[in-house]
Write a protein that binds this ligand. Structure first.
Ligand SMILES: C[S@@+](CC[C@H](N)C(=O)[O-])C[C@H]1O[C@@H](n2cnc3c(N)ncnc32)[C@H](O)[C@@H]1O
Length: 239
């Protein structure tokens, strides 16, 4: 599966279109290689086994809820949330290996035992997860794919929202962010079409400003530097 996604020709031989760009930026140092080999082995989800009915069984520490972060990039948001919410177990997916190494390193340094990873496409994990098993999901600044011919690669689509509607429990939350106005419109349209989530915004400030329990990510900093507006979209899963 990974090999197919590693080629840059675009369309995979099967399944959905590749929604991410590069998987590596530079050669890993020996220490980073060790983190990848040993650290990641311990944190990786084993998708060859059935998912436990209670996701708390995936974590070494006691957890009450499970949250899912899709495309965590450099892991700034994931590590912050995992440190701030030790009672929550985090499942997190990211095919960009440099980011995966940062999270393995950061989790180890901070002594976090509430993170499990899939260093690849989230669409491998979604069908594995039980219905109504996730209390909160984040897709923050997914790859923008701004060119018209690439829009079909955008990760947030009606299909993804339908799958998230299945796994997010009633009363759970979905958080999406982007700095591309037509992607924000597409996100809202996909959620509206699916009809399982209600948008929590009551006034423009609600989607223009990042809530205090939502730390800035590396990609957001880039958007700010380059003068782009950001859209912070929060939705509640209907009962
Ligand atoms: C623009 S970056 C943003 C990263 C981070 N969320 C941030 O805000 O800094 C988008 C990330 O989503 C990841 N991504 C894209 N498609 C994905 C998929 N199908 N499954 C998991 N991650 C994906 C990419 O590898 C990339 O690191």
């Amino acid at each position: 599966m990974t090999a197919d996604r590693d080629d840059n020709s675009g369309q995979q031989e099967y399944g959905p279109m590749r929604s991410f760009g590069r998987r590596r930026s530079r050669k890993l140092s020996p220490r980073q290689n060790d983190l990848l080999e040993d650290g990641l082995r311990q944190l990786s989800l084993d998708l060859s086994k059935p998912c436990p009915a209670d996701l708390a069984d995936l974590f070494a520490g006691a957890t009450k809820d499970t949250w899912l972060e899709i495309g965590f990039g450099g892991g700034e948001h994931l590590l912050w949330q995992a440190g701030d919410n030790p009672q929550v177990g985090f499942l997190a997916c990211e095919p960009f290996i440099d980011g995966v190494v940062k999270v393995v390193d950061g989790a180890e340094s901070a002594g976090l035992n509430n993170i499990r990873l899939h260093a690849d496409d989230v669409r491998d994990v979604l069908p594995w997860l039980p219905t109504a098993s996730i209390a909160r999901t984040f897709v923050l600044f997914p790859d923008p794919w701004p060119k018209k011919r690439h829009i079909k690669r955008r990760l947030v689509s009606p299909d993804l929202i339908a799958e998230l509607a299945r796994i997010v429990r009633p009363g759970g939350e979905l958080r999406l962010a982007t700095d591309i106005p037509d992607y924000a419109r597409g996100m809202l349209a996909a959620v509206r079409k699916e009809r399982s989530f209600g948008w929590l915004a009551r006034e423009p400030g609600d989607w223009r400003a990042r809530p205090s329990d939502w730390p800035e990510t590396r990609y957001e900093r880039k958007a700010i530097r380059e003068g782009r507006k950001r859209y912070f979209l929060r939705f509640r899963r209907f009962d």
